[in-house]
Design a protein around this ligand. Structure first.
Ligand code: SF4
Ligand code: SF4
Length: 236
C-alpha cells in the first residue's frame, strides 16, 4: 500500500511480464505517515529506472509516478487518463522501440539480474530527498547509468587464498558459490547478482574474494584442482 515498498525489481518485472506502462501513485511528498518518507525513495527509484529504460532502449515515458492524497480524486483520474493516453500513443512495449521479443526479454533480464548491484552502487542517491522538481532531471544522468553498466563489478575467489571455510557459500543469497569442506570455492558468474555479500563475509585474514572491474574474470579453477590438502592431513 506504500509507494516506499516499490522496488526497482518490481518495475522491471512488470515490464518483463509485458506491461506497456507502469503508474505509481504515492502520497504527497512531505505528507508521509512514517518518518521514512518512502515516497521520496519511490521518486528516486522511478528516476533511476527511467534512465535504465533509456539505457536498454525503452521509452521512459512508460513509467510515471504521481503524488496525491486520498482526497485527490480528480487529480487521480486526470493523471491516469493522461498516462493511458501516453502509453496508447507509444504502442506496445518493445514493438514501438523496434525491439523484438527475445531482445527485449534478454535486456530486461540482464538489468534485473543486476538490481542488487545497482542498488548498492546508487544507494546514496536513492536515499536523497529531492525537494525541488528542478533537481529531478539531473539526479541520475544517462552518462552515469551507461558508465554504471560498463564498469559492472564482478566477484572472484582467489584459489590461492580460499581456505574453504564455507562462510561465503552459506551467505550467498542465490547459491552462486560452489564448494565444500576442503574444496576451493568458485563463483558461478552466470548466477551471481553482484550483491557483495561474499566480499564482506570472507574473513579478512583470508581476503580471498576479489572485486574485479573493467577486466575479464579469470576462468574458474578446474574441478580436479579444487581439493585443499592441509599440512595436518599430509602428516597422516
Ligand atoms: S556477489 Fe557473492 S554473495 Fe553475492 S551473489 Fe555473487 S557470489 Fe553470491
Ligand atoms: S569465505 Fe573466503 S575463505 Fe571462506 S570459502 Fe569463501 S572465499 Fe574461501
Amino acid at each position: 500500500m506504500c509507494s516506499g515498498r516499490v522496488d526497482l525489481e518490481f518495475l522491471l518485472r512488470a515490464f518483463s511480464n509485458g506491461l506497456d506502462g507502469v503508474f505509481i501513485g504515492g502520497c504527497r511528498l512531505n505528507e508521509c505517515n512514517y518518518i521514512t518518507h518512502g515516497n521520496y525513495h519511490a521518486l528516486n527509484l522511478v528516476l533511476l529506472c527511467k534512465r535504465i529504460m533509456e539505457h536498454i532502449g525503452l521509452n521512459p515515458e512508460r513509467l510515471k509516478v504521481v503524488f496525491m492524497s486520498a482526497g485527490d480524486g480528480i487529480l487521480f483520474t486526470e493523471a491516469i487518463d493522461d498516462f493511458v493516453k501516453t502509453v496508447k500513443a507509444l504502442g506496445p512495449l518493445g514493438e514501438a522501440e523496434k525491439m523484438n521479443k527475445s531482445e527485449l526479454a534478454s535486456k530486461l533480464a540482464e538489468v534485473t539480474r543486476l538490481v542488487p548491484y545497482i542498488k548498492i552502487a546508487k544507494q546514496e542517491k536513492l536515499a536523497a530527498r529531492l525537494e525541488n522538481e528542478d533537481a529531478y532531471e539531473g539526479h541520475f544522468t544517462s552518462a552515469e547509468i551507461d558508465r554504471l553498466f560498463k564498469e559492472v563489478v564482478s566477484y572472484y575467489i582467489d584459489p590461492q587464498k580460499c581456505q574453504a571455510c564455507m562462510i561465503c557459500l552459506r551467505k550467498c543469497p542465490v547459491e552462486a558459490i560452489a564448494g565444500a569442506k576442503n574444496q576451493i570455492h568458485v563463483i558461478d558468474q552466470g548466477k551471481c547478482i553482484k550483491c557483495e555479500t561474499c566480499f564482506d563475509a570472507c574473513p579478512s585474514r583470508f581476503g580471498a574474494v576479489k572485486k574485479i572491474t573493467g577486466e575479464p574474470v579469470p576462468p574458474p579453477i578446474p574441478e580436479e584442482e579444487r581439493v585443499i590438502v592441509r599440512e595436518s592431513m599430509k602428516k597422516r
